[in-house]
Write a protein that binds this ligand. Structure first.
Ligand code: HEM
Length: 413
């Protein structure tokens, strides 16, 4: 595949192009206008319009189970992998399941992950942000990623699950390897796949031991709550408990960091909006929604059609996979007024950063609390903040869009 993406050249969705990584939005715009139901040479369809993405995410005729994808099954068969067997082992998280299994598991997990539990975490999140920012303010410099955006959600989700503090560091390494499990396999080189497999095995071993410990002695933590969760006599099996803990831990580690990082970068590049938030902290709720719309941490998700599905500009044939570019849908002028303008007070903002439909992000209330406190406090406490590099570097992930570091100089206030 060529990496050419010039204005006159062919429009391609090429997530490996470094220019694409630093600014995918011009490519998204061309796809949305010129080829909204785009057949990629990589064998899947790429959707960029809000209407198509939102309707497919809510369509009961799609599946999030890879065994329904003709391409995934053919590729696996070529490699001698028996995906049916893999699927039947049932170690996939419920994100990759369809009803009725998805419905049953999501409902059990929702019983442990209640709005009350999440709202109760606000004071702890504030305390962690205060401590991390005190240290940065004393230095006059901050790497937003390493010093705040990463440690905040990691500490919160690890504490929620009941992972002891001394194990948080080893979790970071495993989690970064595992975050690439959200990328399609074909984009990953062999060594990354191998490291991901190893991290997955180690993660599973760790949680198996933690679950066994909690079974003997239930505590006030999420692992214990998941063990105890029951619905009409149904409980989570051992494998379901394991895959759920790992899903929550990775989602808690690798997504909110990018909300805080991408959000701060957008504010640094729009000083008028940063000043607006500083002058009026009551804007923080709409501000975080706007930052999620403007540069979403999860850039894409996929679904497979179980039957032919008509779209705005063609049909998604049965057995074919569609990649929905959430970042493109969030900038669709058919849905958002002046979509390329960052407006922290934007009211009508039904963005797709957390998805839509039955798989809508279960952690959205937690991510929102963490994002509001972290971004709100940085806007308040970091006076005249300035980016210390012209072009901050992005991590290599395709599905998750986030910075490797974001160094900022400021005057303490
Ligand atoms: C800003 C941060 C976050 C973003 C942008 C985000 C985004 C998303 C998106 C787009 C989906 C839907 C994927 C699909 O439909 O294929 C999703 C699902 C999910 N998220 Fe998040 N997420 C975030 C934070 C979190 C956190 C903190 C947690 C939990 C600790 C979490 C847990 C989950 C779970 C369990 C699902 C699967 C729901 C289901 O399949 O029913 N997320 N997230």
């Amino acid at each position: 595949m060529t990496t050419e993406q010039s204005a006159s050249g062919p429009i391609l969705f090429n997530p490996f192009d470094p220019n694409f990584r630093s600014d995918p939005y011009p490519v998204y715009q061309r796809l949305r206008e010129e080829s909204p139901v785009h057949r990629s040479p990589l064998g899947f369809f790429v959707l960029t319009r809000y209407e198509d993405c939102a309707s497919l995410l809510r369509d009961p005729r799609v599946s999030n189970d890879f065994t329904n994808s003709t391409a995934a099954m053919e590729e696996a068969a070529k490699q001698g992998i028996d995906l049916e067997q893999l699927a039947s082992e049932n170690t996939r998280p419920f994100l990759f399941m369809d009803p009725p299994d998805h419905t049953r598991l999501r409902s059990l997990v929702s019983k442990a992950f209640t709005p009350r539990v999440v709202e109760g975490l606000r004071p702890r999140a504030q305390q962690i942000v205060d401590r991390l920012l005190d240290a940065a303010v004393a230095r006059g410099e901050i790497d937003v990623i390493a010093d705040l955006a990463y440690p905040l959600p990691v500490t919160i989700i690890s504490e929620m699950l009941g992972v002891p503090a001394e194990d948080h560091e080893v979790f970071q390494d495993w989690s970064q390897e595992m975050a690439r499990s959200l990328d399609p396999d074909f984009v990953l080189p062999a060594d990354v796949l191998e490291r991901r497999q190893k991290a997955g095995d180690e993660f599973a071993e760790y949680f198996r031991a933690l679950i066994a410990k909690r079974r003997l002695d239930l505590r006030d933590d999420l692992v214990s709550a998941l063990i105890a969760a029951e619905d009409g006599g149904e409980t989570l099996s051992e494998n379901e408990l394991l895959s759920t803990c790992i899903l929550l831990l990775i989602a808690g580690h690798e997504t909110t960091v990018n909300l805080i990082g991408n959000g701060m970068l957008a504010l640094l590049r729009h000083p008028d909006q940063m000043a607006r938030l500083r002058d009026d902290p009551s804007l923080i709720k709409t501000a975080v929604e706007e930052l999620l719309r403007f540069d979403p941490p999860v850039q894409l998700t996929g679904r497979t059609a179980k039957e032919d599905i008509p779209l705005s500009d063609g049909v998604l044939p049965a057995g074919q996979q569609a990649i929905m570019l959430l970042g493109a849908a969030n900038r669709d002028p058919r849905q958002f007024v002046e979509p390329d303008r960052l407006d922290l007070a934007r009211e009508d903002n039904r963005h797709l950063a957390f998805g839509m439909g039955i798989h809508f992000c279960l952690g959205a209330p937690l991510a929102r609390i963490e994002g509001q406190i972290a971004i709100g406090e940085m806007a308040r406490r970091l006076g005249s903040p300035e980016l210390m590099v012209a072009e901050p570097e992005y991590k290599e992930n395709v599905t998750l869009r986030g910075l490797a570091s974001l160094p900022v100089r400021f005057a303490a206030t």
